[in-house]
Design a protein around this ligand. Sequence first.
Ligand code: NAD
Length: 290
Amino acid sequence: MKIGFIGLGNMGGPMAANLASAGHKVTGFDLVAPCPQGVARATSATDAAEGADVVITMLPNGAILRDVAASVIPAMRAGAVLCDCSTVDVDSARVVAQQAVAAGLGALDAPVSGGVGGASAGTLTFMAGGSDAAFATVLPLFDIMGQKAVHCGSSGAGQAAKICNNMILGATMAVTCEAFALADKLGLDRARMFDVVSTSSGYSWSMNAYCPAPGIGPQSPADNDYKPGFAAELMLKDLRLSQQAAESVDAPTPIGARATELYARFVEDEGGKGRDFSALLPHFAGRGRG
Ligand code: NAD
């Protein structure tokens, strides 16, 4: 396929490189990031989109996505698919999809889970919203960039799945970290606590696969001085998107709201920026209740 790829940062760069190594003709554009090997450099987003069968975007936020979409949609050939893999607000995903469909294109919102490691290894999970036809067109590309793609429903459903997942993740990691800090103060050994919880009803991905306590469980950012991994500020971005979405549909999210406040303070006032999101554990471990 002929693919235009816009946004070649930490995630988009390796995703575009994997598509090129699988034999697709990839033309990329980014304002600053270099083009990975095998990807031809376009002079603009519009240039990357012209004549492409699929245009993939991997951008920082919804406002930038809306800008880029406004310039690429008129340049795309009829029947091509615009597939946004960024994590953005549900409203932006829906507005961009409507504009693309009105212009005779297919549209998908297809955010990912799996981080930079998954992008490089081609093991991302895609959660997609949009038509059956658009999903079927892009599925072979999802199979190269990832190991699983779920068609979640109509436009916006992919972003909805992503923010629900990450709201659970943020809240679960926060409570896992506070439980370790509580165990410390109660004199319960962290390794014993892991042994119990990882095989009891408190188990979770945060505990079992990404344990925030160093030296316990499988290798995780805790074993590498909490270098990300998944940075606390990216978790905060996703938590804020979850709260924005919850407000827009009047859904109660008391625990999600509390996790958002915790990560906001951690990132903005308490030195959490640039650290893994599991670094809430050393943060809690050094404190009292006040
Ligand atoms: P990044 O900042 O490394 O990459 C974004 C790229 O977009 C940058 O290179 C930037 O120069 C480029 N860009 C910005 N405006 C542009 C424009 N108008 N035209 C062309 N290029 C433009 O970010 P990232 O880590 O690659 O994340 C990309 C998206 O993926 C975000 O929405 C993020 O939330 C999501 N995501 C990231 C991770 C992760 O672990 N990094 C995991 C899952 C999802």
